[in-house]
Each structure stands twice: as C-alpha cells, then as structure tokens.
Design a protein around this ligand. Structure first.
Ligand code: SF4
Length: 487
C-alpha cells in the first residue's frame, strides 16, 4: 500500500481537529528559523525507522537547525523537512486504526488499537493494549469509546482524541493510520507527535487526489471513457457520476471487473473486499451517488460496461443508499437490454425500495442476455466477490439492439431523453398503465396520446418505461443517447 509522509498525514488529522505538535514543513531553509529545541524530520514517502537511519535529528541551537536542514534536504527522495517543536512529555501512548477484514464472529470494519505505552513493538505489549472493533458505516461516538477504555486517566480527552482519529481514518478511506507517540503532556493535554498513513490508491476520492499525489488524475491525460462520462455529467449535472480507468496493467490470470460503486460506502466496502487480492483486477474506479437519476445511472452503466476487457460487472453501495434502488435496477435492466456487449453482473441493492429492485431483476432474469446474481444489503461485497469467477465471461455476449420505431411523444432537455409512444401496442386507445405509475404525475393521457404535464417535472426515474414493458404492452419507451461511442 502506498504511504503518506508525515507532513501530509498531519493535514488529514488537522482537518478533523486532532491536536498536533506544532510544526512547519519546509523545502528550503526558512528565513525565520523556529526557536530551538526542535526535531528535524526528513519527509520521505514510505520511509520507516527514520530515527535509526539518521533521518530525524534533535536540534538544540539555531546552528544545529541550519546544519541539520542542509543535510536532510539532500537525503534521497526527500520531499522536505518537518521542523517539529520539542514538547515536555509526561507519558506516551500508541494509537492506530487498521482495516479489519472480519472473521467467523466479527463483521468486516475497522479496529482501533490503543496502548498506554508508546514506542515500537506494539505486538508484544498485549497487557497494555486495548483493541476496539468499530463499524465503518456507523462509527463509535466519544461516549462509546469511553466505555471501552474506562480504566484510563484523562478519559474524556483520550476518547475525544480517538474519536477524531477514527473519523479521519474513515473519511479519507485509509487502510492504516498510526499515531506514535500520542503524547500526554505535563498539563495532561494530548498531542499527536508522530503519525503515518497508508492508503489504497483506488479508494482516494477525486477531490483529495492532489493531497494523495495521484499524478494520473491531475495530468489531464484522460481516457475516452473518462471524457465520455464527463460529457454525461455536463448533460445531466444532478448527482455524482464519477469514472476513472485504471492505469495499471491487469495481471494475466486476474478476473477483470468493471465496477459501479455507489457512494463512499460502496467504494470502501469494495476496497476492503479485494484488498491485497491479486486474482481480482478492477478496471475502473467509479462513484454514482448523490441522488442521480435513473437516466444518468443508465448512461454511466453503459460507459462502465463498454470496457472491452471487462469480464463481469459488480454494482454495490453502502447498503443504505439514498438513491432509489428500483430506479437503479430499472437502469441496470435497460443497460443490459440495450448494450451490444452486456456484462454478467453481481448486483447488491440496499436502500430505498431495495426489495422492489431485487424483485425487478428476478422477474426479468429469464429474459436477460447474461447471468445476473442479486444480493441483499446484508451480504457484504467480500462474500459477493467469491461469485465473480463463476459468472465472469471469457467471451462477451453480443447482441444488436435498435430502438423500436414509434412516435415522438415529447423530448426532455435535462435530463436529456426522448419519450416514444407506440400506438401499434395500444390499438384500443386505452390509457397505458405507465401513466398512473409516474411518481410525479408528469405523464398524462390526453386525446389518445401520451403528453407531458407542464406543471410537473420528470425526475428521470425510468419507472414509466419499466412498468410499460413489464405490466403494459410496451406502449412507451425512452431513448437515452450517449454523448459518444460505447459498446
Ligand atoms: S415520466 Fe415520470 S415515470 Fe417516467 S421517467 Fe419521468 S418521472 Fe419517471
């Protein structure tokens, strides 16, 4: 796993209010040198045992600061030097958050380690070690933590410190966050003196890519599919639609997985499910969340599915999504019907209307061109991935879809869509069943034609088309163009 240097890990912790030892980061000798005594720490990503390697110096005079900076700034791969104020420490603790992959008794989540002794060799100090498992989706409050470390002095401050540390770990989707030492000062206040973080590159959100130094995301060197998804977002800005192709080369024998991950929770669970596995290769990062429409979900799914090397699609969120899951399932069904190379899918629906979503896919299962498995939100992605091999395809299914001819009922600009009425499917001019299922009353039946209600709004949910195909006679279909070529 890539590691962040200390000066960057400090930024993550400071952003969440964790008290840090005062320090400045410099890449050349500052004009105003801080007052000694200070510690000079070379900032080298991934470097451990810095003190033993001479990469940490105590400087008790300004000359020692200047000389130490001159030497450390020359060290190999050094990004700069952190000049940290020396503090009067009464006691040292050790604290770390790690990913915990679960076992027969415990669900996957995070684990907080706290030892009332600082320094290295934490594994050997089981007597002083508190081990607190926590949920990543529902992290513990300060009072929850207090109950688990009730034997410690200065309980309120320690619990508050640890709660902020856990929040940092979860918000940045880190795999390791370590503070060593966590110092108790003479006045009993707490400070993080040294810290380090490890992260999974594919879990870093786009907005944090600069902080985590992911060069590919800032280079402007975009793939065609990334440009296509940006165009989808420009056409239909509501909700998040993020897609990024992997820049790495897939190992020969790995299963190549296209991912549609919904929100930070989906992304985190997926990362936990495949962490360290060499037999599963995600072809892309993704995030569809923030209440995006079914129309937009469909378009982004088509982009994700069109990755030529993909053997299987996995779709999962946190299990508690705000996005209506029936609308999402309608988008999946439409994408599988209309893609020229549909992908076998593992689908985990969790959130509003999750049962309707699962029932929809089960109802249409026999018509689907590929194998699809659905999962309840209680089944975590680490169990889903065990089904990847059995449904991954060596040879993509090919199909030809052309939209059935009909009459343009009306067209929407945002989200962009054409609603097509098929009078041949309705010879008796009865009100089609889709009309009464439109949740916003946008669809109307007037003069034997489908029209749009000017006083209502279409939310792009796809329910009308789904109901028309399942419960009606296919009187209404929706054409959703893509702003570029996909399979
Ligand atoms: S017309 Fe109604 S049912 Fe159809 S997509 Fe729009 S809001 Fe949904």
């Amino acid at each position: 796993m890539p590691a962040l240097p200390e000066y960057k890990t400090r930024v993550l912790l400071e952003n969440h209010g964790v008290p840090m030892v005062p320090a400045i980061f410099c890449q050349k000798i500052p004009i105003d040198l801080p007052e000694p005594v200070v510690f000079l720490k070379a900032q080298i990503p991934g470097a451990t045992s810095r003190a033993a390697l001479g990469l940490v110096r105590k400087a008790s005079t300004t000359d020692e600061i200047t000389n130490g900076l001159n030497e450390l700034l020359e060290a190999k791969n050094c990004q700069g030097v952190l000049i940290a104020q020396a503090v009067d420490i009464k006691k040292e603790y050790y604290a770390a958050c790690l990913l915990d992959f679960g076992d027969g008794e415990n669900l996957a989540g995070g684990v907080l380690l706290l030892s009332t002794e600082g320094g290295s060799g934490i594994e050997a100090r089981t007597d002083s070690l508190h081990k607190i498992r926590f949920s990543l989706l529902n992290p513990p409050s300060t009072s929850d933590i207090k109950k688990q470390i009730s034997d410690l002095p200065n309980l309120n401050d320690v619990a508050d410190f640890l709660q902020k540390m856990i929040t940092t770990f979860i918000d940045y989707k880190l795999t390791v966050l370590e503070i060593n030492p966590m110092a108790v000062l003479q006045d009993d206040s707490l400070l993080a003196v040294d810290c380090r973080a490890e992260f999974e590159q594919q879990a870093v959100s786009k907005k944090n890519s600069e902080l985590f130094e992911l060069p590919e995301t800032t280079s402007g060197n975009k793939t065609n599919l990334e440009i296509l998804v940006e165009a989808i977002n420009a056409d239909d800005p509501a909700g998040t639609g993020f897609f990024r192709s992997s820049r790495e080369i897939a190992p020969e024998a790995a299963i190549k997985v296209a991912t549609n991950l919904c929100g930070g929770g989906g992304k985190m669970l997926w990362e936990m499910a495949i962490g360290g596995r060499k037999d599963i290769f995600p072809l892309n990062e993704s995030d569809t969340s923030g209440g995006l429409s079914g129309f937009k979900s469909y378009r982004i799914l088509r982009a994700i599915m069109s990755q030529p090397d993909a053997q299987v699609l996995i779709l999962t969120g946190s299990g508690m999504a705000f996005q209506n899951q029936y609308h999402l399932a309608s988008a999946v069904w439409k994408a599988l019907r209309e893609s020229s190379t549909p992908l076998p899918c593992l689908l985990r629906f969790g959130g509003t209307d999750q049962e309707k979503a699962i029932n929809l896919i089960k109802t249409v299962d026999e018509q689907l061109p590929v194998q699809v498995k659905t999962f309840e939100p209680e089944i975590f992605p680490n169990a889903m991935v065990e089904h990847l091999a059995e449904i991954a395809t060596e040879q993509r299914v090919k199909q030809n879809f052309s939209p059935p001819a009909g009459e343009l009922a009306f067209e929407l600009k945002t989200p962009p869509a054409r609603f097509i009425y098929h009078p041949d499917k309705n010879p008796d001019f009865k009100e089609p069943v889709c009309i009464k299922h439109c949740p916003t009353k946008y669809l109307m039946w007037e003069n034997n034609r489908i029209t749009a209600n000017p006083d209502a709004k279409c939310i792009g949910c796809l329910v009308c088309e789904t109901v028309s195909l399942l419960n009606g006679n296919g009187e209404l279909t929706i054409e959703l163009d893509l702003p570029g070529e996909v399979l």
